[in-house]
Design a protein around this ligand. Sequence first.
Ligand code: GLU
Ligand code: MG
Length: 633
Amino acid sequence: MGLLSLGTPLHWNDAKKYADHVRSHGIDQFLSVYRKQRSRQKQCLLWGDEVEYVVVKLDKENHTTKLSLRAFDILASLQKTEQDYLEGKTTQPPEALWRPEYGRFMIEGTPGEPYGATFRDLMTVEASMKKRRQLAIEAMLPDEIPVTLVNYPRLGCPNELEIDSEPHGKACQSMFVPDEVINPHARFPTLTANIRRRRGAKVEINMPIFHDKNTPRPFIDPTIPYDREVFDHDKEAKNGAAKPDHIYMDAMAFGMGCCCLQITFQACNIDEARRLYDHLAPVAPIMLALTGASPIYRGYLADVDARWNVIASAVDDRTPEERGLKPLENDRFVINKSRYDSIDTYISNDAMYKEKYNDLDLVYDKDIYEKLRKNDVDDLLARHMAHLFIRDPLVIFEELLDQDDENSMDHFENLQSTNWQTVRFKPPPPNSDIGWRVEFRSMEVQLTDFENAAFSVFIVLLTRVILSFGLNLYIPITKVDENMATAHKRGSVLNDKFYFRKNVFTNNKPGANSNSHIEEEDEYELMTMNEIINGKDQGFPGFVPLIHSYLSSTNIDIETRCELTRYLSLISKRASGELMTGATYLRKLVTSHPQYKQDSVVSPEITYDLINTVDRIARGELKAPELLGDFNA
Ligand code: GLU
Ligand code: MG
């Protein structure tokens, strides 16, 4: 989730006075790194994954679940080996690194050290993930489990927390969740409260309800305490924030309490990082749809399969002026998206890039842009940074206001790490050995380590294909945005189509633009997920076949190739519909449950069975052929 710093966090009223200070030093810090590192070359590909987990208390005697709020104690125990290693108490490097996340019920695990560039490295991913799950289980109480569910299905329903308290929290002021669900580190409650203060209202999350046979039409949620009068903001629910036919949520925890699977790559140099960033951007919505595994929110089945928009709304700090609801008086920009959203601008300078792909009217800070340009940052990169810097820093620690801009990136990271976009371009940290990196952020966490490994390996191989075959995946950025919307739809993997480039092997010579048949090569069309992943007759060969031809062009050994094929087959079968996506599978667990009343309600009993089932699948105790085929046989 990003930077944790220590100190006294400022209330929004004070923090906003320092916004320009943080932005201006943040840019100086970026420039310092840019000057020192722009020509830096890294020989080897390094990469890593991040898996986020929800901690659940599973009472097998009484068939109940609660959300555990003990992530902090669990983390303390998990981090011990890393701590001992850093303090020189052991020479044994940690097998996994553990970090806190937004929810007090979440933990995040990464491999002990980055994976390397070889195919053999790809074969260690699943083992690393299994090891992490095992370590997490060992660090928990006997009745606690780490689940790789995107979200706890009944978060925000009564009596779902291990230690229950009334939802009267000052930070989020939610009608559904208390502040106790938030990670207690000062950063998180402050982030929560400052988003609300800056916005001037609570966040408003409305996900369409899945209308089943017995779901009332219109659906007006009877569980919302419309008449509550604990906080001033309480009246928002009845004044339109809670929409009919939607599942209404009013707190950051509903979004940032979701779990994902992220992959970060170190590129050889800044240009390669920029190129990967651009070509992965159109892949992000495709992978959001294919990994979609979150069909349930606040105890109801939703008509969406994926989390992204929940988080986008959950951290939307834009003021009414910025949202275009009032004329601009106090704010500087009308901003089209939340801080957590798909990217707004491509950044690569390579010959495949054409101006017409950046077809969003980009909002950016002109002064910051000028400053970057004067310091020799090219147009596209300057625009990207000046766009990220239209936001205000939300959490400022008083003690950290003054920084050494040559040796710190804190102010830069303040803005960078709260621009949660589908892909992130990451400059090297100062004084470190790390190179320019790209983070792929759209994927939803999968129920099992096998699936998480498969999707991680797939993305890594895809980057190899993009770079070695020189794939051109550009489509206009507004089409990427349309794909993001499509990716949320229930069953989009089988029922919808996504914009995708017709010809990915374009002639990449500069000036190719002027030639009309090259223009044609630029075209995109709507394709099914199956066509994008498995290929289309007389058209795009498909990601999986492309990866197979790449593998055939290398001298990979048979055993490794077979293992990789298992992973690729999973992806391929998910796209063709031979296997279910996580969302479809979870939906089916609900709708086929004997106690489901066809009214969209996911009851505590159903939740228990669902969580128990997915935990057993993750431990290999239960086969789930519709989800995994015979891969986990
Ligand atoms: N949990 C967030 C998600 O599901 C991401 C938080 C992070 O950036 O680590 O996208
Ligand atoms: Mg995280």
